[in-house]
Write a protein that binds this ligand. Structure first.
Ligand SMILES: Cc1ncc(COP(=O)(O)O)c(C=O)c1O
Length: 383
């Protein structure tokens, strides 16, 4: 008799209710081996690691029989120094000390650790929605209640379309006595716009000072809108703000999993205490340090992607598309019921995009050839 029966494949142990009910995290489609496809489905950086970063990884590879530095001491110090240097260059009165930096296996892990640090069962986490799909999962796992707040729609007083922007007054209004955290994803994944200085200051003034405001700046290096505040300036002025950043996007280290939070030392210590011990590998730590040392070179690549973003948006608008502002490395198409069909058509044409069924399609800005292939797909959607 086969042992592979349903009975032998179930444990009989009930899962936590919140876990059993989790929505799946849908990863961007991956290219199949040998297939000629462009992967614009996961907001990755199309450039491979720099030679200096590869060299650091190669050197670290020989030490993989050892645990990494659990406190990521050198990386944390290098991040703190880099942020302090950035603040000085921007005339922001801020010295970031290493005890204000907590690293994790991608900012998605740090996000979960932040929530686990402050949320008790039944607490509420207010989140703009549609936004980064890991939010509802991380909130549910923390034991808190996910409180989604719809994005803005319609037009601003000056006639500019609001679609895809966060509705900060509505987020502030959703804060209750049970709220422990409000997420502000800027630029918002998957829609693209970033929050502006004035609206964010009004929001922060309205939110109680013991509610943690999570400023998720995964795409901050791609922002060019001058109305968008520097997260470090916001952090300097508001002790309850925690900034989340990552090496996965602009720094091109998505496969190595390193992200971090910037938080006041007491909060940072709490986050560190719930983090997976030795989570960030030595390869990842050394690659991130090498990347910070090669920041100028990496930011030239970011600038090239920003130029590509402008070209892609310009051509799409010429095709007749009305699209939200794109401040990250991706473009958002609100396609409603057409979404799944259009996503399949793109795949057939050799371009992998990220459909959100019933809502829209997010397309990463990649290398020029990939973008051209997608532009042809977008043109075919208009016929
Ligand atoms: C808004 C936002 N935050 C955080 C992340 C997490 O990135 P990582 O875990 O690779 O640092 C992503 C990744 O797509 C994102 O879009």
């Amino acid at each position: 008799m086969s042992t592979d029966t349903p009975a032998s494949r179930t444990s009989g142990v009930p899962l936590r209710t919140a876990v059993a009910a989790l929505p799946p995290y849908v990863p961007g489609a991956r290219t199949e081996p040998g297939a000629r496809t462009f992967k614009l489905s996961s907001n990755e950086n199309p450039y491979p690691p720099l030679p200096s970063v590869l060299e650091a990884i190669r050197e670290a590879a020989g030490d993989t029989h050892r645990y990494p530095d659990m406190y990521a001491t050198e990386l944390t110090e290098t991040i703190a120094a880099s942020l302090t240097g950035h603040a000085a260059a921007q005339r922001i009165d801020l010295t970031v000390t290493p005890d204000e930096v907590v690293v994790g296996t991608g900012s998605v892990a740090v996000l979960a650790h932040v929530l686990q640090t402050v949320c008790e069962p039944g607490d509420e986490v207010v989140v703009p929605w549609r936004s980064f799909e890991a939010y509802p999962i991380a909130v549910a796992v923390s034991g808190a209640t996910f409180v989604p707040v719809p994005l803005a729609s319609g037009t601003a007083p000056d006639g500019a379309p609001l679609d895809g922007r966060l509705d900060l007054p509505a987020l502030a209004a959703a804060v209750s006595d049970r709220t422990r955290v409000v997420a502000v994803c800027t630029p918002n994944n998957p829609t693209g716009p970033a929050v502006h200085r004035d609206e964010l200051e009004a929001f922060l003034a309205a939110v109680p000072s013991d509610v943690l405001v999570l400023l998720d700046e995964a795409y901050v290096e791609f922002v060019r809108d001058p109305e968008v505040p520097d997260g470090l300036a916001v952090y300097a002025a508001h002790p309850n703000v925690v900034v989340l950043r990552t090496f996965s996007k602009a720094y091109g280290l998505a496969g190595l999993r390193v992200g971090y939070a910037i938080a006041r030392p007491d909060l940072a210590a709490g986050v560190r205490s719930v983090s997976t011990p030795f989570g960030v590998s030595d390869l990842a730590q050394r690659a991130a340090i090498a990347s910070l040392h090669a920041q100028d070179e990496l930011f030239e690549r970011v600038e090239a992607l920003v130029v590509e973003r402008a070209r892609v948006l310009g051509e799409l608008r010429d095709q007749g598309w009305q699209l939200p502002d794109a401040q990250g490395n991706f473009v958002w198409f609100e396609l409603g019921e057409e979404t799944v069909r259009r996503g399949a058509e793109a795949r057939e044409a050799g371009v992998l995009v990220r459909p959100f069924a019933g809502e829209g399609i997010r397309v990463t800005v990649g290398e020029r050839e990939a973008n051209d292939a997608f532009l042809r797909v977008a043109a075919s959607w208009r016929r």
